[in-house]
Every structure is written in C-alpha cells, then in structure tokens.
Ligand binder design. Structure first.
Ligand code: NAG
Ligand code: NAG
Length: 197
C-alpha cells in the first residue's frame, strides 16, 4: 500500500518535473550526447534524410514490431561491440611515466578510456532492455535459427520432414486463415459502428 502510494507520488513528481516523459534515463542520454562529441560528423551528413534505422518500423501488430525491435537492439549490440574493438587499446597510464613527450598520448589514452567506459555503459543499457523485456522475441529468433541448422542433404532428415509435412502444412494454412478471419471480423465491427453512428 505504502509502496503503491510512493510510486504514484514518484510518477506525479516525474510528470510534473517533465522527466517521466521518456524511458531514456537522463544519465544515458547525457552519456550519448558526450559520445557524440567524440563521434563527430557534419550535420549535413547526419541529417541527409537517410537514417541508419528506418523511422517507421514494420507494419503490423505489437508482436511483429517487437520482433523487429529485438533485431534493432541486437544490431546495436553488435555495432557498439565493433566501436569498442575499433578503439585503440588504452595503454596503462603509469607504463610511460618519466618522459614528458608522452603526456599528449597519455591524454589521448585518457579520452579513449573515457569513450570506452561510456560505450560500455550504453551497451549495458541495451543488453538490459533486451534481456529483460525481449525474452519471448529472443526465444522465437533462436527457434528460427535452429531451423537453419537442419541437415538438408541428409536422406533420413528429408524423409522424416516429408512425413511431417501434411500436418505442418495444415497448421500453417489454418493459422493464416485465422488471421484473415480475425481481420474481417474487426472490419465488420468497425462498419457496424459506422452505421450506428
Ligand atoms: C536527450 O537530450 C537531448 C539534449 O539534451 C534532448 O534534446 C533530448 O530530448 C533528450 N532525449 C530524450 C529521449 O530524453
Ligand atoms: C542423418 O540424420 C540422422 C537423424 O538425425 C542421423 O542419425 C544420421 O547420423 C545423419 N546422417 C548423416 C550422414 O549425417
């Protein structure tokens, strides 16, 4: 009870203070803005009307959109992994002590270490979201991957698959049919509402 009340108050406060509108934690957004100082490109290039990820996602229901977003998160994981591996490895700060000529590269190493820790932090946020909110999609994609590993040239596999085909063909067709019928029902319901109005 107390917890619920506190949650309501927190939400209220967040809404009033204008922070609650976003799922992006301020710390994360700030970190990204900081990283953009390092990954600088001209505005004309950034806003050339050709984003890396499409603005409007796939058409369809929430489930399909979530499958797609899982793909986006996974792509970001890989991308940030690549960005991390492209950072020159930071030399230990004390390894080059003694000579003054190394001060500059020491500063550079500092920046690299900073970028590395910021990228790692952002990566952690992405992985957390994926691991905790996209489990179903993860499972679905894993089962899709396991289809790819079926031994297509194996005669035993070929024969077993043929035997299983009638049932699966039936299932696949009826699923598609269900979907069409549901859509038609929805359209009819909408039309009835129009007639009543
Ligand atoms: C992130 O920060 C920028 C710059 O401060 C701001 O314009 C933007 O609205 C913020 N985005 C989110 C999702 O909080
Ligand atoms: C073909 O598949 C069967 C069943 O999965 C397996 O027992 C057999 O070892 C496979 N044969 C070859 C040549 O890979």
């Amino acid at each position: 009870m107390m917890m619920a009340l506190m949650k309501v108050l927190l939400c209220l406060w967040l809404t009033v203070s204008g922070v609650g509108a976003s799922y992006v934690p301020q710390e994360m957004n700030k970190t990204i803005q900081n990283l953009l100082q390092y990954y600088k490109i001209p505005n004309a290039v950034r806003f050339n009307g050709n984003p890396v990820f499409p603005k409007d996602l796939v058409d369809g229901n929430v489930e399909m959109k979530m499958v797609f977003m899982h793909g986006v998160l996974e792509t970001y994981e890989e991308l940030i992994g690549r960005m991390l591996s492209q950072l020159p490895t930071a030399t230990p700060p004390l390894a080059s002590s003694g000579t003054t000529s190394n001060h500059d590269s020491g500063g550079g190493a500092q920046v690299k270490a900073d970028v590395r820790s910021k990228l790692t932090y952002v990566l952690g946020k992405i992985q957390y979201l994926k691991r905790h909110r996209y489990q179903e999609q993860e499972k679905l994609l894993l089962s899709l991957q396991s289809l790819k590993s079926i031994q297509m040239s194996n005669r035993t596999v070929q024969s077993k698959a043929l035997w299983e085909l009638p049932q699966l063909f039936e299932k696949a067709s009826s699923l598609a049919d269900d979907k069409m019928r549901r859509r038609r029902r929805r359209r009819q319901a909408r039309n009835r509402m129009h007639l009543k109005a």
